[in-house]
Design a protein around this ligand. Sequence first.
Ligand code: C5P
Length: 289
Amino acid sequence: MSGDLTVSAFAKINLTLDVLGLRGDGYHEISSVMTTLQLHDSVRVSVREGDGIFVAAGLRHVPSDMRNTAAKAADAFLRRTNQRLRIELSLRKRIPVGAGLAGGSADAAATLIALNALTRAKLPRDELADIGAEVGSDVPFCVLGGTRLARGRGEVLSALPSVPNCRVVVVKPAFSVSTPVLFQAIDSVEAPRRPDENAVLDALRCGDLRAVADALGNVFEDALTEPTRHEIDAIKTRLTSLGALAASMTGTGSAVFALFDDELSSRRAADTMRRRYRETFLTRVRSDV
Ligand code: C5P
């Protein structure tokens, strides 16, 4: 068996993100409205007869060994489908790393989707998502895509109406935030501001972008250290002063996203933010999944 396939690996944002409590297994119970962006990495997957998983990431801070989420996904896929193959993964990264945009999880999901198409496995998407849960909490969402409510540790997913068409500006400051550290920090925050998830769900049902924007919220913003919080708030304020409907941190950060209902101001905002923050992206929600 041999073949090659290149698959897009799409970033996600959390329109709302709440932590409901710490679980017995060390993970946290979350509730989050997540949606897929057009911003993506590209993952080229080559399958040959033989053995071994090889990764070329081309970036210093992205591992090129079995610590890479795409390599872990390939390994989990071979184990679940009981196959022996030589797999080469070549990642073209665009999604910022350590940003809360699920870049690593998206690469893992794209790897699963490509291997499923290239090999004789032909598993249904739900089973691919289940394999993804072994690799990371955001991988099942990335396998399914679209707009979804995520519960459990992020793997219990239900479909929601698409986010109304809009522009999204994503700004990643130079620093990153550690996901486990922030999950630990949230446990000792006394009364964090919680997002109004029901307001977002109602707004999605009505297709009301302004109401979606009004209800954005991420509980982790209250768990940031003071200097980090200050910088995140400054980015949010700058984006709204540049015409965004609203802005919020995604995941455990450090990227901030802002929703725009008109193209011109989104383009101007992205150009302005890019002068200070090199990793600034102008993209859209991916409403066609
Ligand atoms: O699942 P994933 O490997 O992406 O999670 C990374 C870390 O984030 C976990 O080891 C855990 O510390 C934390 N986490 C959590 N609760 C979640 C998801 C992640 O505590 N629902």
